[in-house]
Design a binder for this molecule. Sequence first.
Ligand SMILES: [Zn+2]
Length: 305
Amino acid sequence: MADHVYRLAEIVGTSPNGVDDAIRNAVARQPDTPEHRLARDERRSSRSSARRSCRSCARRACDTDAVANSRLDERVVRAAEAAVAEQGYVSAIDVLGGLGWLTASHVDRWRQGRVDCLEEMIQAGAGKQAAALRTLHTWATEQSLTPTETQYVARTRDRRPLRFSVSAEPDTERAYRTHWVSPDLSTRKAERLRADANRPPDLVVVAPLHEWTCADCGATSDDLLLMEDDAPHCLRCVQLDHLVFLPAGDATRTRRAHRASNLTAIVVRFSRTRKRYERRGLLVEPDALDRESTTDRMQSGDLDG
Ligand SMILES: [Zn+2]
């Protein structure tokens, strides 16, 4: 998958949600993260909603409950179809985003482990949420999409599993966790999607502009820091100091090292001139670089077995 950092930087430039959101946007690198998709869907729906008229009364911006309810199934299917066309599968988060009930920044707060469950962030009543999930399940089954359970873990060092529903009932949790994969994908493509979807989200490390003080050990430095619980921590205190820095620039090498490393952190730095966080590189495990370069040489034929 290509490294789309420049395209994503546009999102950062227009983010109205402050610094934290800007950092997350700067690092939403893989095209199939929920945050990335939702940001894109929001831009799309804000364009199309300007033209949309109510089908019942032909008035613009008519959104009475009656109209919304009668059209809910249809909207769920449309959102699901769009997601499958775009990425080869659809998740509950895609549909909720497509319905306009969930924003990228809401999903992001949840992925950072800052809210108890995703449903707290959904802008719709429990009845509507449940109806939308049922419609997705029915439609996807009819379309012979393949249900694939996906891990969702927090973007924190402990990688704790994320909770979706207020009730935490196993069936509801499973409905949220399930990705419905298009039967038209090749086995290889489907396998790649599955691996990417199950990959824990990257940690984010900041290259600071000023000196700062570690919240754990009290040391002052201008070295890399990790924000956690709204405070800066030095990499030694958060046990990330064994990682090595791979500067941005070589997309292929970055992608391979990223895949080979079990633990990764994206390094960002605030650009004063551009007024946004920009990606500077990746921290990876030292042996990921070795594994990555071995793959490299084997592919160029320098190694014989
Ligand atoms: Zn420290």
